[in-house]
Write a protein that binds this ligand. Structure first.
Ligand SMILES: [Fe+2]
Length: 180
């Protein structure tokens, strides 16, 4: 059994990052479609919950402590990831772009992790300097995580909600030609 989740908000979010990094590494090595799909589903679940608890609880709590530009980029990056998550969740490992979507999502998450964990100036470092009770915040994150996980187990992934994207009326262009 894994250890009890850390109560400190930043430690909890970092643990989430390590978990998805591990899942992406496993996906890269996976050979068969069923394994790929199982890992991708886990990645989508973890990232959906992570983005939701950050957006609902952690980011608002850090509003005073963190530069607005950095926070805005985090929201936009999350919204970009949600589009890929939705594509992957509805896709099939045998689809032409499935693996590419997972890889691009992985790159986006690497960037997200860097922006949050960068020593001295990242989101977490700035938040630490603020007057925030990270232990109390960690408890809120843990409670919401458990709630979301139970809801996803019952009803599947919730419809993604964007907070910064408004241009949803995308048109499907000519598909990329499959290599002969
Ligand atoms: Fe994060």
């Amino acid at each position: 059994m894994p250890a009890a989740p850390p109560a400190d908000a930043i430690a909890l979010l970092k643990a989430d990052h390590r978990k998805v990094e591990e899942l992406f590494a496993k996906f890269e090595k996976a050979k068969d479609s069923a394994r790929k799909q199982a890992l991708a589903t886990e990645i989508c679940t973890e990232l959906t919950i992570h983005a939701m608890i950050e957006e609902e609880i952690f980011y608002p709590a850090c509003e005073e402590a963190v530069e607005e530009d950095l926070a805005h980029e985090a929201y936009v990056e999350h919204d970009g990831a949600k589009v890929l998550i939705a594509e992957i969740a509805q896709g099939d490992p045998d689809d032409e772009f499935y693996a590419a979507k997972v890889m691009v999502l992985s790159e986006m998450i690497k960037h997200h992790v860097k922006e949050e964990e960068k020593p001295g100036e990242g989101f977490f470092a700035q938040a630490r300097k603020g007057d925030i009770d990270m232990k109390a915040l960690g408890e809120k994150l843990t409670a919401r995580k458990e709630q979301l996980l139970a809801a996803i187990k019952q009803g599947g992934l919730p419809a993604p909600e964007t907070r910064s994207f408004t241009g949803h009326k995308l048109k499907q262009g000519r598909p990329v030609q499959a290599a002969a």
